[in-house]
Design a binder for this molecule. Structure first.
Ligand SMILES: [Zn+2]
Length: 631
């Protein structure tokens, strides 16, 4: 199976992200003919059928129905491009917004079908083609609606508020409309906006260059492993770190780091160009920093970022303490960086798909009968493509959407990682399902909140399994996994967030770091977060170069804040029971009806204060203490 590397968690797909090309995974190859997945299922524990394939006819009955809709939309989109429909009164504003919303929904429906269909078998050229077609339509849509926000700004906040008061139909647009005014001072005039739009291709160039360099130009070395040869590109490196024997891991790390080091200057120039682009955009829009510009998209306070880093750094000795237990569990004299993703404990236990469903259902009991009931019902519907298959897209993801129901892709293989992914992805799916309480414009939530329910489900699962473990060995395994959550998500993502802030700040000040300077910054952080006991490689400092997430603009810190919020939320549910549970479920049902930060704060977890981080770190400490006593 594709290893789960804790330092680079899966990205989540939601409908907002579908507006961006998914890229690499959709390379086409001529081959198998398109055919629908036929219904199949596996027996549940109580005689029910647990489906293993999804039913895409909830989206489109046939491929040709999809093609017809794509044609119709292609005709329709150009009509959005002109502002002459007018926004001069409440009725025309509402009509325009409704029209845009309806077409956006139709395009998303096209995209979701195309992405899901092409995930069934990535070798099918027709399906891959349909997916890229849907991205092109989404890009046209975005272009076509580009005039609108500017025109709304020109109406003025007071006038728009008066229109909302006059026509109740506009109420559902209040939050998105007010978000436009909130950012008004950072919008340029029409000429300025057009210039920024035309700079997009140049600003996107660094990521493309990196992709080309890493995927085709750099000759990555190969390593001979017992199972055969492994090419040590980014993916192969991850595989080796997760699965290989210790001596092979050390060798793989050496080969990989040495190769990256050869390109340190070039990779540094590329990332330097990227952060210079961030600095350019933030200056053009009048933000004090690249971080401020990025956080403003979701109206997340800067104190969230700073508090996370401050609180995590204050507890770095706890990280070192855990690493010492990890060393003992691995039975090595000195822990090395290439030991970090190697499993320190193992578990000889498997769960059938029906058992995974049943176990997750028991684990989520603290969320109450209503949530559990919906989970039980939804997991019996044909919403998920569950089992691995030749040609199927690897990993797991959820596409949440407003018009039908969420779809879940899994590659369920029966081990603990699969079970945990099952609980994680269904956490996303349930969030999307509950958020349907909102009308469409308020439905699709950002990453800042999205990983909370998935992480919370993973924590619940570990709690449940740990409480019911049959042997000391089994308990040790779950505890180790819990500790790895906090190590990988809270400490390592904070290290990345620290690095990302440092290089962006340098660029904001007009001096983007070179490759060797980036390595110097990264080396200092490695030394600080890992401590003097950990063995490094002479080129460990260059490992920043493998992290794609630094091109995603302040993305990684959200993994850490989401795990923090999930831990604090679970604490509250255990402590306060029903009221805390209702606050949590209310947050899920709120979708995107307000800023994600405010929705989480409304559920009682203020991520701009130290308290939730301290709760999460205390939870980690309790797990480490318990692990020490069992190790
Ligand atoms: Zn996720």
């Amino acid at each position: 199976m594709t290893p789960r590397t804790f330092s680079l968690p899966r990205r989540r797909f939601n409908t907002a992200m579908l507006l961006l090309p998914l890229g690499a995974g959709l390379t086409s190859m001529a081959g198998a003919a398109a055919k629908a997945l036929s219904a199949s299922s596996t027996p549940g524990l109580n005689g029910e059928d647990v489906p293993t394939t999804w039913d895409l006819t909830d989206l489109f009955a046939t491929d040709s129905a999809w093609n017809e809709e794509a044609e119709a939309l292609k005709e329709l989109i150009p009509s959005l491009a002109s502002g002459d429909v007018g926004l001069d009164n409440a009725a025309t504003l509402l009509a325009t917004l409704n029209r845009h919303d309806a077409i956006t929904l139709r395009i998303m429906r096209l995209q979701v079908y195309a992405v899901l269909k092409s995930s069934e078998d990535i070798r099918v050229a027709d399906d891959a083609q349909r997916a890229s077609h849907s991205y092109a339509l989404a890009a046209q849509l975005k272009e076509g609606m580009a005039w609108r926000d500017r025109a709304i700004l020109d109406l003025g906040r007071q006038r728009v508020l008066a229109m909302i008061a006059e026509d109740g139909g506009l109420e559902v647009y209040r939050y998105p409309l007010m978000s436009i005014f909130r950012r008004a001072s950072h919008m340029l005039d029409a000429k300025g906006e057009a210039m920024l739009a035309s700079a997009q291709a140049v600003l996107a160039a660094p990521q493309r260059t990196r992709q080309t360099l890493l995927s085709s130009d750099i000759e990555f070395p190969e390593i001979e492993l017992p199972k055969g040869k492994l090419r040590l590109d980014l993916e192969g490196y991850g595989t080796a770190m997760n699965t290989a024997a210790r001596a092979d891991r050390a060798r793989a790390y050496d080969l990989f780091a040495t190769t990256l080091h050869r390109y340190e200057r070039t990779l540094g120039d590329i990332l330097g160009a990227k952060v210079s682009g961030n600095a350019f955009l933030s200056k053009a829009r009048g933000y004090p920093s690249s971080l401020a510009a990025s956080l403003d998209a979701t109206n997340t306070p800067r104190t969230v970022y700073d508090t996370l880093l401050h609180e995590v750094k204050a507890r770095i000795p706890l990280h070192h303490r855990y690493l010492e237990v990890k060393r003992q569990l691995l039975g090595v004299d000195r822990l090395a960086l290439w030991d970090m993703n190697a499993p320190a404990t193992s578990l000889d236990r498997e769960w059938s798909l029906a058992q995974a469903r049943d176990t997750t259902l028991r684990a989520i009991a603290p969320l109450g009968p209503e949530y559990a009931g919906e989970f039980a019902a939804n997991t019996l519907k044909r919403w998920a493509d569950t089992l691995p298959r030749k040609g199927k897209r690897e990993g797991g993801f959820v596409v949440g959407q407003a018009y039908a129901h969420p779809y879940v892709l899994l590659n369920y293989r029966g081990n603990f990682d699969s079970l945990s992914t099952y609980a994680h992805e269904w956490g996303h799916a349930m969030h999307s399902w509950l958020a349907r309480a909102q009308p469409h414009p308020l439905f699709d939530f950002p990453t800042f909140i999205a990983e909370v329910p998935s992480k919370l489900n993973e924590l619940l699962l570990l709690e449940h399994l740990s409480a019911n473990a049959d042997t000391r060995q089994e308990k040790l395994f779950y505890l180790d996994r819990l500790c790895e959550q906090y190590r990988g998500t809270l400490f390592i993502q904070s290290l990345f967030a620290d690095f990302e802030l440092a290089i962006n700040t340098a660029a904001d000040e007009g001096a983007p770091p070179s490759g060797p300077q980036m390595s110097e910054i990264y080396g200092k952080l490695l030394a600080e977060y890992y401590g003097p006991e950990i063995q490094m490689h002479r080129y460990s400092n260059v490992m920043w170069a493998r992290v794609l997430h630094f091109f995603l603009d302040f993305y990684v810190f959200q993994y850490a804040t989401c795990l923090t919020a999930a831990t604090a939320m679970l604490d509250a549910i255990h402590r306060d029971g029903e009221p805390a549970r209702q606050r949590y479920l209310g947050m899920l049902r709120a979708g995107n009806s307000d800023d994600a930060y405010k929705l989480i704060a409304g559920a009682g977890i203020d991520l701009a204060t130290p308290e939730p981080y301290r709760r999460a770190l205390d939870r980690f400490e309790r797990a480490v203490v318990e692990l020490e006593s069992l190790a």
